[in-house]
Design a protein around this ligand. Structure first.
Ligand code: RRO
Length: 313
């Protein structure tokens, strides 16, 4: 029997396995990032970096539930220089995706200028969708602001760039956002970030479960898989084929990964499942995906990527 090939490509980067960590999961410090690289993850995403280090929101700011998680981390990170330094000094053959953001558009532009001026030539992900900065809306829900930041970025940025998007819920939102994204030389999009500003309630104490923002936070895990599938499918149907897609949201099994790739994802990110199960989730889910592909007679991810059929096809 021919071996199953789980490799996938985004830009100039080849991932030997299609699963990497979602930004914000096991990736704030060098110790955590080295552990991801030592696991069966196909690559590493860094915590979204801001120009200066940030402590983030007050605790408690993350909570696991039966179906997933809620978080309002508030961008705790070590600052962009730390992540550039980590990448420059890390000897690995796995791709590292540098996630970057800011609480103001000017800071996001400055961060990308620093990356453009650095030796880093790998994938960079501009996070347009953090739901947890007090008083700041998600850029990805503002068409004008999205267009403005991409205009400003692509006036100087020439390295491979992706954008992390919030979930959309209306077909017209996909039309409008895809029309904008198609105008730029994006390497990929990442759909989706957590479903922003959900609420988890503790019926016993009659309180909210996390402290920041009155308890509102980003929802991840099983709750959001159908939203992730829809966003990946809808964007694959609308984006230029050269723009690749990282599918993120609600994966806990190899079958979930299969479904996201069937909808058009090139690779897939794990978030809440790694928070709950640890880094062994990568090996387990890779194996489940390979077993499912073998059972179906698929040898490569390209054998089924984007092949989702209509109901009466
Ligand atoms: O740090 C966070 O609170 C956070 C970020 Br930057 C993000 O993009 N998504 C999320 O759920 N939390």
């Amino acid at each position: 029997m021919t071996a199953i090939d789980l490799s996938a490509t985004i830009g100039n980067e080849t991932f030997q396995h299609p699963l990497i960590n979602a930004a914000g999961v096991w990736d704030e410090t060098a110790t955590e990032m080295n552990a991801v690289l030592a696991s069966d993850a196909g690559g590493l995403t860094t915590k979204s970096a801001t120009l200066a280090p940030r402590a983030g929101n007050p605790q408690p700011r993350y909570f696991d539930t039966d179906l997933g998680s809620i978080n309002s981390m508030g961008l705790p990170n070590q600052g962009l220089a730390y992540y550039l330094d980590f990448i420059a000094n890390t000897d690995t053959n796995k791709p590292i995706d540098l996630s970057v953001t800011g609480t103001k558009m000017a800071d996001q532009i400055d961060a990308l200028k620093q990356i453009q001026a650095s030796d880093f030539a790998g994938l960079c992900e501009l996070n347009l969708s953090c739901p947890n900065v007090v008083g700041k809306p998600q850029i990805g829900y503002d068409l004008e602001a999205t267009k403005e930041i991409l205009d400003r970025v692509f006036a100087f940025y020439t390295k491979p760039l992706g954008v992390k998007l919030p979930p959309y819920f209306d077909l017209q939102q996909y039309d409008a956002m895809a029309e904008i994204l198609n105008q730029y030389p994006l390497t990929y999009i990442n759909a989706i970030n957590s479903v922003g500003n959900g609420l988890v309630v503790d019926p016993e104490t009659e309180r909210v479960i996390i402290k920041p923002k009155g308890g509102f936070g980003g929802i991840g895990g099983k709750y959001i898989k159908p939203v992730a599938l829809a966003n990946v499918r809808a964007f694959r149907q609308r984006l230029r084929p050269e723009i690749k897609i990282i599918g993120t949201g609600g994966v806990t099994t190899g079958t979930d990964v299969f479904e996201l790739i069937l909808c058009g994802a090139d690779i897939v990110e794990l978030g809440t499942v790694v928070m709950q199960e640890g880094l062994d989730a990568f090996a387990r889910i890779n194996q489940e995906l390979a077993d499912l592909m073998a059972a179906k007679g698929y040898q490569n991810l390209a054998d089924f990527r984007g092949h989702l059929q209509e109901y009466d096809a």
